[in-house]
Design a protein around this ligand. Sequence first.
Ligand code: ADP
Ligand code: ADP
Length: 232
Amino acid sequence: MIRMNNINKVYQTDMVQTHALRDFNLNVEQGEFIAVTGPSGSGKTTFLNIAGMLEPFSSGQYQLDGVDVGGLNDNQRADLRNQKIGFIFQGFNLIPDLNLYENVEVPLRYRGIKAAERKKRIERCLELVGLGARAKHLPQQLSGGQQQRVAIARALAGEPRFLLADEPTGNLDSLMARQVMEILEDINREGATIVMVTHDPELARRAPRNIQVVDGQLADFSLYQGRPSSAS
Ligand code: ADP
Ligand code: ADP
């Protein structure tokens, strides 16, 4: 599970300090599916980046499955990330000179998964996102929405315990967005914990738990039964 205790994140650029997260507290239990909403600039991406150990926090405690993230060195953190976390981020680009099959394969090689098992997973996941026939294509031969689906296949093929998604349906039409949501619901049923940032209220409503980030803090509707409030 994810345990964040009084996490603060301060960005310092030139003369400007931005307090992106303020005493941010959140517990996520294994198997949850959480939609994160909130105004632009409220700290949602910062929270996901910290949860995924992609950037450090300024103060506070973060435990992932009982491991104190603040106490890890770079290698330990990278290992923990590769073992446990899958990302569907807009910024997580595909490698341009690898075909779709090879792109999906990258994280599986990292994890030392054997060739036969890799092949099975890659074919299944490309099929799942409707790109089974395109395995040999390069990313540049695909539309933005199709590239997004490759990134989703890549994340799913790793069978991560935690899937962190930042606007996973942002480039997709509404039919494809619903299909992606169904894929996420399926892998959640199979045990993955999902934290998804979305601007789409329809998708957020489908998630069992909704949280809102406002000014770097959490307002948790499921805990407060519809009354927004600063949660701790
Ligand atoms: P959201 O995802 O909710 O739109 P972000 O987490 O991206 O919000 O940003 C939260 C705040 O932190 C914003 O004020 C943003 O400008 C600032 N911020 C984010 N990343 C950086 C950075 N690398 N350097 C400086 N400020 C940043
Ligand atoms: P120190 O805090 O003494 O610099 P760390 O091992 O914590 O040593 O940090 C080494 C590098 O890793 C730093 O560049 C830091 O920005 C980055 N880093 C630190 N903590 C995290 C984290 N939780 N997630 C991602 N990167 C981190």
